[in-house]
Design a protein around this ligand. Structure first.
Ligand code: MSP
Length: 512
């Protein structure tokens, strides 16, 4: 089994903000979960460095685009480890290997008859790097996303014959209803296709910051075609990740492309749906390459009702949030508070509330109390006993339910399933009141059962929540003496963590 997940590659025209961190965190949760399943996993993120968004920003600063790209790419690269993102590679579209593959694949598209010369005339947003159709323009010829005035472009270009894929794309959507999710985004992409596809510029003549067109070096490729191909090109020069080497694939001579292509999931924001759900499959068909299995489209993080973005100036700095609360808290908050796939507001107040009530009180206290009671009443050793049958209905099969949800990128839903069990365990502590049982020697066996059940429950939730809270659950599982992070360890009947002395646990989520 192989699992390949990608984030969009981020424009280096500005510093990273929470919107970028969001997709990276979501992809990381999926990657970590699939590694827990013992699969070969490749998780890709990186930066989109060509095109007008970057050229214009560099120009405004009076520096060369490459210099701006080098400066900001490092900030994006540094963001990933701070989020505890376990990406296997970080691609930059200025990598020479990527550029060579872009040239090769697009030359192939031309050989296959899908490229012709023409003149483009129409509206263009330099921030989106997007040619806007007449029905996609706000009053006063403004960009509906960036609210800036659009430019009227007239340019001799090479065109990509997108219209040739009308029928094949409609067939794709008919045959694979899970190609794009959630359903609203599937419908949106399909209606765009049904409204009639028009050919799109494949190259730019006016711009020099991009990948040279091999058959006409006065042109560079339109940044979106260059950018989309990162998902394919990275596999040809990234080193094999540990999960693949572990399976011995590299030794057997299979390339990463052979092992990992096509991608299992492209995670994207809703603003770049058309590129991924329409242009991208058409381009792959034109190049005779296999299509990705799923495109999952998340919503926007909103601040005071507006999309958070650098150009609108309403950004929450992820670095500052992490410094104060830690990466786990940020990961948890974003996937818990905003249903993954929908828009949602974020705020410091909501963040602090979740941190205190759910992380510190519900999970943090449950863990500290349980471990402290095992130390106090049983010298640190929970008895090897089957967990209380009363909780079977809650915990049996939980791992499969979580797996089912994550297979559909329902990351908020999966986390809710886990959190219901955290709450169930807290109720169980209150119902059984182990501190009362401890006062009565005749109830020693009952106390053993309760403590072992709590330890088992903690183990299950920690293993399942590990992709969301990698640091806190590592500390918790270490205190429980559990080394294995595989999903096998989330089985309710497993006796891991029982019969040996537990370690100490510092507060998982200290209150500031
Ligand atoms: N470079 C293109 C993507 C090319 S992929 C082949 C691009 N870059 S971007 O930096 O502008 O945005 C990257 C992603 O971040 C997009 O999916 C976008 O939706 C996401 N976000 C940017 N701001 C966001 C929010 N406020 N909320 C959630 N995600 C948003 O587009």
């Amino acid at each position: 089994m192989s699992f390949y997940v990608t984030t969009p590659i981020y424009y280096v025209n500005a510093a990273p903000h929470l919107g970028h961190a969001y997709t990276t965190i979501a992809a990381d949760v999926m990657a970590r979960h699939h590694r827990q399943r013992g699969e070969e996993v490749f998780f890709l993120t990186g930066t989109d460095e060509h095109g007008e968004p970057v050229a214009d920003a560099a120009h405004a600063l009076g520096i060369a685009p490459q210099e701006l790209a080098d400066r900001n790419a490092e900030r994006f690269r540094a963001l990933a480890p701070q989020l505890h993102a376990s990406n296997d590679f970080f691609i930059r579209t200025t990598d020479a290997q990527h550029e060579a593959i872009v040239q090769r694949v697009l030359a192939r598209v031309r050989e296959n008859g899908y490229v012709y010369e023409g003149t483009y005339e129409g509206w263009y947003c330099p921030r989106c790097a997007d040619f806007k159709a007449e029905n996609d323009i706000d009053e006063g010829n403004r960009c509906p996303i960036h609210h800036i005035e659009l430019t009227r472009e007239q340019e001799d270009n090479y065109f990509f014959r997108l219209s040739a894929f009308q029928e094949r794309l409609e067939e794709l959507y008919a045959q694979r209803e899970d190609f794009v999710a959630p359903r609203t985004r599937y419908n949106e992409a399909l209606s765009f296709i049904r409204s009639g596809l028009r050919d799109v510029p494949l190259t730019r003549h006016k711009l020099s910051w991009g990948v040279r067109v091999p058959w006409d070096p006065e042109h560079v490729f339109y940044v979106w075609f260059d950018a989309l191909l990162n998902y394919y090109s990275a596999l040809s020069y990234a080193p094999a990740p540990a999960s693949v080497s572990a399976a011995g694939a590299a030794e057997r001579g299979a390339s990463l492309t052979e092992r990992m292509w096509p991608a299992t999931y492209h995670l994207i924001g809703k603003d770049i749906l058309r590129f991924h759900a329409v242009y991208w499959p058409a381009l792959l068909m034109a190049a005779e390459l296999e299509l990705p299995r799923h495109v999952f489209v998340h919503g926007f993080l909103l601040m005071e009702g507006e999309k958070m973005s650098k150009s609108l100036g309403n950004v929450l700095d992820p670095f500052a949030v992490i410094e104060r609360y830690g990466a786990d808290a940020l990961r948890f908050y974003l996937l818990r508070d905003v249903p993954f796939g929908q828009d949602g507001s974020v705020s410091t107040a909501a963040f602090e509330l979740r941190y205190e009530s759910e992380l510190a009180n519900e999970l943090g206290n449950l863990a500290s109390r349980t471990i402290a009671m095992v130390h106090r009443y049983r010298d640190g050793v929970p008895a090897v006993l089957a967990p209380d049958a009363e909780l079977d209905a809650d915990f049996d099969g939980l791992a499969s339910e979580v797996q089912w949800m994550i297979d559909r990128a329902e990351l908020t839903g999966a986390l809710e399933l886990i959190w219901q069990r955290v709450r169930r365990l807290n109720r169980y502590v209150e119902e059984r009141a182990p501190w009362q049982l401890a006062k009565d020697d005749t109830r020693a066996q009952e106390l053993d059962g309760v403590l072992s059940t709590l330890v088992a429950g903690l183990r299950v939730v920690a293993v399942l929540a590990h992709p969301y809270l990698p640091d806190a659950t590592d500390r918790l599982l270490a205190a429980l003496g559990v080394e294995d992070r595989s999903l096998e360890c989330a089985r309710w009947s497993s006796t891991a963590a029982l019969g040996a002395r537990l370690g100490e646990l510092a507060p998982l989520f200290p209150k500031s």
